[in-house]
Design a protein around this ligand. Structure first.
Ligand SMILES: [Zn+2]
Ligand SMILES: [Zn+2]
Length: 241
């Protein structure tokens, strides 16, 4: 069983409502072995120095909690928004003592337009071409706002080609169930497309911002796909059962 949650926000994220310690206690109760705090880094909101300072405070907190709770491994992570727009900043974060970076596109068109939605995927393509992160977060999160069913397989296939080339895993983000009443970002069809392209490695994350969302919908999905499931430590993929 996949006893990990690789996408969790605490109060270190602007929209996180839970302290790290409360998350850890819940995670231990759930018998999880790994928990990744993937706090938002949005370079359109703060400058690099502020972001790095904030990371240092976060790191100290993780270190002291790790000492207090040795039976669960805390993965030092971040969810870096739009790598394709903040390449030099992302390179700076790659110099820090991090375990794990999720790259996520958080820029959505203000209203439905095919061009805007296509651009959303083009930005993702640019980010995976660039690399410097470990997992592509919630690839089709745009479904939360718009119907993107006109997007053709070749768009996903090009993204997957560069992910595999640059050793980027696919995140299976289980928050879709509570956000849009589907199962995961991405859906089964896109996950199978990833497999068909030769994609193997995946991470599972609940994208919890509140305590009751931790590990939500992970367990029943992690046994569903014949893929290589894992977590990241020291920026390296580690297979877990
Ligand atoms: Zn996100
Ligand atoms: Zn998130």
């Amino acid at each position: 069983m996949y006893l990990a949650d690789t996408h969790v926000h605490s109060i270190f994220s602007f929209d996180g409502e839970q302290t790290m310690e409360s998350v850890l206690k819940k995670a231990i109760y759930l018998k999880l072995k790994y928990i990744a705090f993937t706090e938002h880094v949005d370079m359109d909101k703060i400058n690099l120095r502020q972001a790095i300072n904030r990371y240092k405070v976060y790191e100290e907190e993780v270190n002291s909690l790790q000492e207090k709770y040795p039976n669960i491994k805390i993965i030092k992570g971040m969810e870096f928004s739009n790598p394709e727009k903040y390449k030099t900043e992302l390179i700076e974060f790659n110099k820090l003592n991090l375990d794990y970076i999720i790259g996520s596109n958080h820029i959505f068109p203000k209203e439905f337009s095919k061009e805007g939605i296509l651009n959303y995927y083009k930005n993702i393509l640019e980010s995976v071409k660039f690399g410097y992160f470990d997992t592509l977060g919630h690839i089709d999160y745009i479904k939360k706002f718009y119907d993107d069913s006109f997007i053709t397989n070749d768009i996903y296939e090009e993204i997957f080609y560069y992910m595999i080339k640059n050793n980027i895993s696919l995140e299976i983000n289980t928050s879709a169930k509570r956000r849009i009443k589907t199962n995961t970002f991405p859906n089964e069809k896109v996950i199978n497309l990833y497999k068909g392209c030769g994609g193997k490695t995946v991470t599972f994350g609940s994208d919890a911002h509140r305590l009751n969302e931790l590990y939500d919908n992970v367990e029943n999905n992690s046994d569903k796909y014949n893929l290589v499931k894992g977590i990241y430590l020291n920026r390296k993929f580690k297979y877990i059962k």
